[in-house]
Design a protein around this ligand. Structure first.
Ligand code: AMP
Length: 120
């Protein structure tokens, strides 16, 4: 998989597609997943083009990495889920079943997010 500048998240970042933004900082945009799998389901994405977690880990600046964690903190505070908790995951590549080729973290919360045991 390679970076496709026409992926839906790139379009959202360019303002060519709509998204329900809940938070942003200098390097990160956070918006609601269009097909939520939990009561709260927010996608957290870097504003620069990174394909996946490996690309980001290898090539992002320290500030960009810091700002991803700042966004996690802000979303958790915004939804007041510090105590109840959440699940944050990122899907990477074919085996991770990544659908959109722009790094994104799923933050899911608002009730038990289910077990992490393997199923179909
Ligand atoms: P993944 O399988 O990790 O690549 O997840 C891609 C996610 O993007 C899915 O949960 C989709 O529901 C979500 N998604 C796709 N298009 C949009 C969109 N236009 N706005 C918000 N979320 C979207």
């Amino acid at each position: 998989m390679s970076y496709d500048k026409n992926n839906i998240f790139a379009k959202i970042l360019r303002g060519e597609a709509k998204a329900e933004v809940v938070y942003e900082n200098k390097d990160v945009l956070c918006f609601k997943d269009i097909l939520p799998k939990a009561k709260i389901h927010v996608l957290i994405i870097p504003k620069r083009e990174y394909l996946d977690i490996y690309d980001f880990s290898k090539n992002a600046t320290d500030i960009e990495k810091q700002n991803i964690f700042e966004a996690f903190e802000s979303i958790i505070s915004f939804y007041k889920i510090q105590k109840s908790g959440c699940r944050i995951i990122t899907n990477h590549g074919v085996d991770g079943r990544q659908e959109v080729p722009h790094l994104h973290f799923h933050l899911m919360a608002g009730g038990d997010t289910g077990s992490m045991t393997k199923n179909s």
